[in-house]
Write a protein that binds this ligand. Structure first.
Ligand code: XUL
Ligand code: MN
Length: 343
């Protein structure tokens, strides 16, 4: 029996299109996806604002809420919760230069409109978390934005969201680059500092994605640990990544099993989930996979996470203490390798 509850987003079952080529799999309707999510063993669904209300830019504020309520009814039908809503601030013509940190005042206003609507949608879906993946908040041309002003604009946008709804929590999903070159919030440390600078640090925390930490040249377990030490790890996106290249969103644990083990271990040791947090699996199927393989990466990631949880629970802390006392880290390292490699 796992101590964790798991979540997934509809974008984690996708058609296989990439920057260099078209779709390789057929589109699966939203309801079919969430039905399968429940069957696979997920407890909650994650949303972008327009995953919940696809044509939201054409709707009035009350119509958006009505549409979101229909999605809530679908979630109830399959006994699933909503974990968070994330404003999708990277697809629109008005967010080409970023949203909250855009150099255009009109575009910043549009970004705030989407942020407020995301809060309305979260309320309609029965969740209190807004995730900010700050896709285009940064620069391609370094001299185009002041890093000081961009950071202050981000804090200002977060403050406006906190003031709009006194119950909402903001989770900054940090990522150092892609699609932007230099992000204003590249690591969990930046998220924690942004939280501290906000009008209500108790409602601003972080979401750590394994692949994003690796892209920053950092260890995901250490990023998780840092946020947990601050009491501010309110979400994770576990996945894997082969080095510092494009964001791969590979199945959890398939590239670096020991690094994956240490992510689960730090979550287990520090009782992640005790306040209702979910383990999100932000993984994507390889482009080569056929229609029938549309969910395999999710099934595999969940299975690997659960197997690693079992290993973490078997971790011999007495032996670890003995190795530490003797400063025999070779023995400790070999113990970990055997734990992972033996059945
Ligand atoms: C992008 C990423 C997104 C966010 C949600 O790298 O991870 O899927 O998790 O917007
Ligand atoms: Mn993510």
């Amino acid at each position: 029996m796992s101590q964790f509850k798991y979540s997934v987003g509809p974008w984690n079952v996708h058609e296989g299109a990439d920057a260099y080529g078209p779709a390789t799999r057929k589109t699966i309707p939203f309801e079919e996806k969430i039905k399968r999510f429940k069957e696979i063993g997920f407890d909650a669904v994650q949303f972008h604002d327009d995953d919940a209300v696809p044509n939201m830019n054409e709707l009035s504020e009350s119509e958006i809420i009505e549409e979101a309520k229909k999605v809530k009814a679908l979630l109830d039908k399959y006994d699933l919760k909503a974990e968070f809503v994330a404003p999708r601030l990277w697809m629109d013509q008005r967010t080409i230069d970023g949203g909250f940190t855009s150099n255009s005042e009109k575009d910043r206003e549009f970004a705030m409109w989407r942020a407020y609507r995301s809060i309305d949608i979260a309320n309609a879906l029965g969740c209190d978390k807004i995730v900010l993946w700050l896709a285009r908040e940064g620069t391609l041309c370094y001299e185009s934005k002041s890093p000081v002003q961009a950071t202050k604009r981000l804090i200002d946008a977060i403050n406006k969201m906190l003031a709009y709804d006194e119950n909402i929590k903001i989770l900054i999903e940090t990522k150092p680059n892609e699609p932007i070159d230099r992000s204003v919030c590249p690591t969990i440390g930046h998220a924690m500092a942004t939280s501290a600078a906000s009008i209500d640090p108790s409602r601003v925390g972080g979401l750590l994605e394994s692949a994003h930490a690796i892209l920053a040249g950092l260890d995901p377990a250490s990023e998780i640990g840092f946020a947990m030490a601050m009491g501010k790890l309110w979400g994770v996106h576990l996945n894997d990544q082969n080095g510092m290249k494009f964001d791969q969103d590979k199945s959890f644990g398939v590239e670096n099993l020991r690094q994956a083990f240490n992510q689960i271990k730090v979550l287990v040791e520090n009782d992640y989930g005790k306040n209702g947090e979910y383990i999100g699996l932000d993984v994507k199927a390889m482009r080569t996979q056929k229609d029938e393989g549309s969910y395999k990466h999710l099934e595999n990631s969940l299975k690997i996470a659960k197997m690693l949880e079992e290993k973490a629970l078997r971790f011999d802390y007495d032996y670890q203490a003995k190795c530490v006392a003797e400063r025999d880290y070779e023995a400790l390292e070999m113990y970990v390798m055997e734990l992972l490699m033996k059945g």
